[in-house]
Every structure is written in C-alpha cells, then in structure tokens.
Design a protein around this ligand. Structure first.
Ligand SMILES: [Zn+2]
Length: 224
C-alpha cells in the first residue's frame, strides 16, 4: 500500500505550502487598492454609497497577491480641489484649472485627520507600498500613477516595474474617478489592467460612471 502514497497533493502526510493553500496569482500581477479611506466611506466627508461593503472582499483578495499597493488621498487643507477654497463655489461644481476641468469637492482626506485614515476594517498589513497622492495644493491627483495634469508621476510606475509587475488588478473607490483614472493611466503605461467592478463603488456624478466605463473599455481594460 505504501506504493500508493506519492508525495504531492494526494498525500495525507504532505502539508500544503502557502502557495498551494490559496490560488496565488503570478508574481507579475499586483493588486492596487484605491483610496479605501474613512472620508470615502459612509459617514465620511465625501462618502461613496456602499463604500464599506467592498472591504471584506478586498481583504480576502489580498491573500492571492504577492504585491499589494494601497493608495491614500492625502490633501493639505488649502487644496484647490476643495470648494471651500473657492469663495462662493458649490461642492460638486466644475472649475477650470491650468490642467483642465476640475470638480470642486467637499473638503476630504486632509492630511493627519481621521477622514484620511484607511477604513479601520481594511487590512493594511499585506501591503508593501502606500502611495499618497494629491499632496500638492495646486493640483489634484485622481490616478495612482499621475496627477491630474497627466504628466507629474507619483512614482508607482517605477515601483511596479522594478518589482517585475506587468499586470495590475484594481479595486476600491471610486469606480468613476480614482479607480478609472488609475486604470486608464496603467493601460497607457502598457500594463495589462483588470478592474474588479464588484469590489469598487461609484460616485456617478453627471453620467461619470458610464463615461468611465466606456473609456476603460476603449483602453482594453478588462472589467470583471
Ligand atoms: Zn481628493
């Protein structure tokens, strides 16, 4: 009977390695978790409906990736994307910046405040890298890769490439702004890009969700 026991998955004396316990994705695929912060979740200053519903699924997904990156919106108080810093302007109205149109948001994710912290239920331990963005007062940064002028880099491209990453999987908040901008920039930079729609939630401001979906599909982003 001993001859029936071969070393491998069917062998009761063989304990699975961490790689066998979960369906690990290849090392060249990174998970990028966009802006799962208190201010973007229910009760926050710029709450995305259902923003907290995706966190359990994101935590579980982290176990499949060898590279996990978190992004964190990180604004100074005088940030020019805040309606509060444009006298008379209403939140969610549009203004013109030197780099193009910009939505004026309620003040959110101010550096050092609880609103800027990651949601307390988000696992942060598995992440090797946290990219903070939007820290220059005069320019917003929806994307994890470039600020809204589309040329000022955050450094994430270099980090991922130096770790041999060629594929990225995006989840987080909000689908139609920071997730979509990140996905489009990643595609433009030559990454293979996948967005897990079920692990994102949208703001949907004036048709922004449909426009973001169309733009991502046109850029060959895979929407799952
Ligand atoms: Zn912001």
């Amino acid at each position: 009977m001993w001859s029936l026991l071969t070393k491998g998955m069917g062998d009761p004396t063989h304990f699975p390695t961490p790689l066998e316990r979960t369906a690990m994705r290849p090392a060249n695929d990174a998970l990028i978790v966009i802006d799962v912060q208190n201010d973007f979740c229910p009760g926050g200053a710029l709450a995305v409906a259902g923003g907290d519903e995706i966190i359990g699924g994101i935590n579980a997904l982290m176990g499949e990736f060898q590279t996990v990156v978190l992004t964190q919106d990180w604004h100074p108080e005088n940030h020019l994307s805040f309606a509060d810093n444009h006298p008379g302007a209403e939140p969610f109205s549009l203004t013109e910046m030197p780099y193009g149109p910009q939505v004026l948001w309620p003040s959110h994710c101010v550096q050092g405040t609880s609103g800027a912290e990651f949601h307390p239920t988000l696992q942060t331990g598995p992440a090797q890298m946290v990219i903070r963005k939007g820290f220059r007062p005069e320019i917003d940064s929806y994307s994890a890769f470039f600020e809204n002028d589309k040329v000022t880099p955050t450094g994430l491209d270099g980090y991922l490439r130096s770790r041999g990453v060629s594929h990225v999987t995006l989840v987080g908040l909000a689908t139609d702004f920071c997730v979509a901008y990140s996905a489009l920039d990643a595609a433009r930079l030559g990454f293979d890009v996948r967005v897990r729609k079920d692990l994102c939630r949208a703001i949907d401001l004036g048709g922004s969700l449909g426009a973001a979906r169309d733009a991502m599909l046109a850029a060959n982003v895979v929407l799952e």
